[in-house]
Write a protein that binds this ligand. Structure first.
Ligand SMILES: [Zn+2]
Length: 116
């Protein structure tokens, strides 16, 4: 039995550590949510493309951390424990960073989700 502290995505119920506007959201759904905002911004906002680039980088890092964690979880012995511990830590950092950048991105694009 695994003690999992992971939340479930509000959209598809997949396990996730990512929170967007206070709601758990998996990386796949955050990708989907991003798609409709791809149209060019109406007002010139120099910071937006910067935020967009940061978002892509953070998402990449998060995906890599997720994969590294999955790989580390297959390792056995003390080496595997260390690798998994490290991978978990990296994943935590990457998720926090991605969340932060995503929040800023959403704030800039004015994208809002209404639940219910
Ligand atoms: Zn999802």
């Amino acid at each position: 039995m695994q003690a999992s502290s992971m939340a479930r995505c509000v959209t598809c119920a997949a396990e996730t550590e990512l929170y967007v506007n206070g709601s758990p959201l998996c990386i796949a759904c955050s990708d989907k949510n991003e798609a409709p905002t791809r149209k060019p911004p109406q007002s010139s906002d120099a910071g937006l493309s910067e935020t967009n680039a940061a978002l892509n980088a953070a998402r990449d890092a998060y995906k890599r951390a997720l994969q590294a964690q999955a790989e580390a979880s297959h390792l056995k012995g003390p080496e595997g424990m260390t690798a998994l511990f490290d991978a978990n830590h990296q994943l935590e950092l990457a998720a926090a960073k991605y969340q932060e950048v995503l929040r800023e991105f959403i704030a800039r694009t004015g994208m809002r989700r209404r639940s219910g």
